[in-house]
Design a protein around this ligand. Structure first.
Ligand code: SAM
Length: 226
């Protein structure tokens, strides 16, 4: 399964960024909510782990808002991470990259923030939970987990409605049919969970101040503090 995910993202690495804004109709609010959830002073030298960093989109927003942040980007797709390496080529030692499956590996290092966008929903529920628990263990006191991700509707009818509305809005703002086809192909590997389920797991693990910062159809941003 993880090999299929790697293949699906390797194939689209070069065209990924161009299509993003149209495939995530709420792109600006979604990523902004993830950054706004970080509770640190902007001039702090925070350490950040980005799980499923892809081409480095979320990390780029973090780096822009936190110019002294040190960011480790992890991804299973070497092609996606190659784009991230290019993006941060001028950034020096602040940025590092690791090709790895975070669903099976152990998170090493200590971080002020573990962030992720549109990635953890590829894992089975027990793996999601294990990743959240590992993130908790790897966080410094006062650190935060922020996941900006795709989520499942609370009932099958809501899930179908949210999916249909997302597709309609993506078409309305001009997502191309080939990009939509590629997205729908990748979505076959999705294993989404509801927001409520995931907030409950975070609380059980020990996170505090667990809450939702943003929700729009199939997209949500939620976080917890250590
Ligand atoms: C939709 S992209 C999101 C990339 C980036 N976070 C963003 O916001 O644009 C999902 C990324 O998660 C990566 N991914 C999925 N499952 C993974 C896993 N188990 N370990 C590491 N990376 C994974 C994929 O290779 C892909 O680059």
């Amino acid at each position: 399964m993880q090999e299929s995910i790697k293949y699906a993202f390797d194939r689209t690495a070069e065209t990924y960024d161009r299509a993003r804004r149209k495939l995530v109709p709420c792109f600006d609010e979604f990523y902004r909510a993830a950054i706004d959830a970080l509770p640190f002073a902007r001039d702090r030298e925070i350490t950040v782990l980005d799980l499923g960093a892809g081409t480095g989109l979320l990390s780029a927003f973090v780096a822009f808002s936190y110019p002294r942040a040190r960011i480790v980007m992890v991804d299973i797709s070497d092609e996606m991470l190659a784009q991230a390496r290019d993006r941060f080529a001028a950034g020096g030692a602040r940025f590092s990259f690791e090709v790895a499956d975070y669903g099976v590996g152990q998170i090493t290092g200590r971080y002020d923030a573990v962030v992720s966008a549109l990635s953890i929903h590829h894992l089975a529920d027990e793996q999601k939970r294990a990743v959240y628990a590992q993130a908790y263990a790897a966080l410094n006191e006062g650190g935060i987990l922020v996941n900006a991700d795709q989520v499942r509707g609370e009932t099958p009818a809501l899930e179908a409605r949210n999916h249909a509305m997302w597709l309609k809005r993506a078409r309305e703002i001009g997502a191309s049919e080939p990009d939509l086809r590629a997205a729908l192909e990748r979505m076959k590997f999705d294993r989404t969970a509801t927001v409520a389920e995931q907030l409950e797991w975070l609380r059980e693990i020990g996170f505090r101040e667990v809450g939702v910062a943003y929700r729009n159809l199939i997209f949500a941003v939620y976080s917890g503090l250590k």
